[in-house]
Design a protein around this ligand. Structure first.
Ligand code: ZN
Length: 281
């Protein structure tokens, strides 16, 4: 018996600062109709644009994931989507008053807390599954992702840096044996001190602070680590969020090395076309 579709039992409100815009945002999470999927309802003046959380609506993957439709966009959706992936929410209306989701403490904790507050209810239909028949690989320089057939979702992420404090970190998640809420959701967004200035020049990270990101200085971290391998765990969180954009539950073994949002998106684009072909027969 496969997993059923799930949504929230009731509406819940989440407020906070956008990491990149630096603006205060109000988000209302609503129960969705069965089969609606995860959809952002973004207000633009007097109209509300419905942007599905699906691969074809990805507009930008530099440092964060931006979804857009009909000239309206919403950014930094990946941690909310990771929480949906980890907890199994397939149908959700995300009403956003602002251009970016709140960052919270930089992890997926605020979304996990909101889902708990709202309660999760199973729907009738089985959740749609992505289950690859053969191995798929995407690569960009030394970044590499492999997706292999498996009876459940597992992921291994290797984060590679020559930073002396961090080195090479590997994090693993197995949906059968690991608990997303305690092992992955609390891992925070991070940035290297040298990058911060560049981000500000690009108009990003305007809302960034030591309260919502872990900053890696040459010789220390800005606050105590939540896990020795917190950086790799956050990379895994980002990966899970990005894989959600395929619009399915994953039954696959995913192995990623030195990857980020852009390569995750390229993987989903490749798979999106395969899945569409298969459904056509
Ligand atoms: Zn992230």
């Amino acid at each position: 018996m496969g997993m059923r579709r799930k949504t929230l039992a009731r509406k819940v409100t989440v407020n906070g600062l956008g990491l990149h815009t630096g603006e205060w945002v109000n988000v209302f999470l609503h129960p969705a109709q069965e089969g609606e999927g995860i959809v952002f309802y973004v207000r633009d003046g007097r109209r509300v644009v419905h942007i599905p959380a699906l691969t074809p609506f990805v507009a930008d993957t530099r440092r964060r994931v931006v979804l857009a439709k009909d000239g309206v966009s919403v950014q930094t959706v990946e941690h909310l989507l990771a929480a949906c992936f980890g907890i199994g929410i397939t149908d959700l209306v995300v009403e956003v008053k602002g251009a970016e989701l709140p960052i919270g403490d930089g992890s997926a904790q605020l979304w996990v807390d909101a889902f708990k507050e709202a309660s999760i209810v199973p729907l009738n239909e089985p959740a749609p599954i992505f289950s690859p028949a053969k191995t798929v690989t995407v690569q960009d320089g030394n970044a590499l992702i492999t997706v292999a057939p498996n009876d459940r979702f597992t992921a291994t992420v290797t984060f590679v840096t020559d930073h002396p404090l961090v080195g090479v970190q590997t994090a693993t998640f197995d949906e059968e044996t690991d608990d997303f809420v305690t092992a992955i959701a609390p891992a925070r967004t991070f940035g290297f001190w040298e990058e911060v200035e560049a981000l500000l020049t690009q108009g990003l990270a305007k809302g960034g602070s030591l309260e919502n990101a872990l900053v890696v200085f040459p010789d220390r971290y800005s606050s105590p680590l939540r896990f020795p391998d917190e950086l790799a765990r956050h990379k895994l969180l980002d990966l899970m969020g990005d894989l959600t954009l395929l619009g399915r539950r994953w039954k696959a073994r995913v192995t990623a090395r030195a990857s980020g949002h852009s390569l995750h998106h390229r993987l989903c684009q490749t798979l999106w076309h395969q899945v569409a072909q298969e459904e056509k027969g």
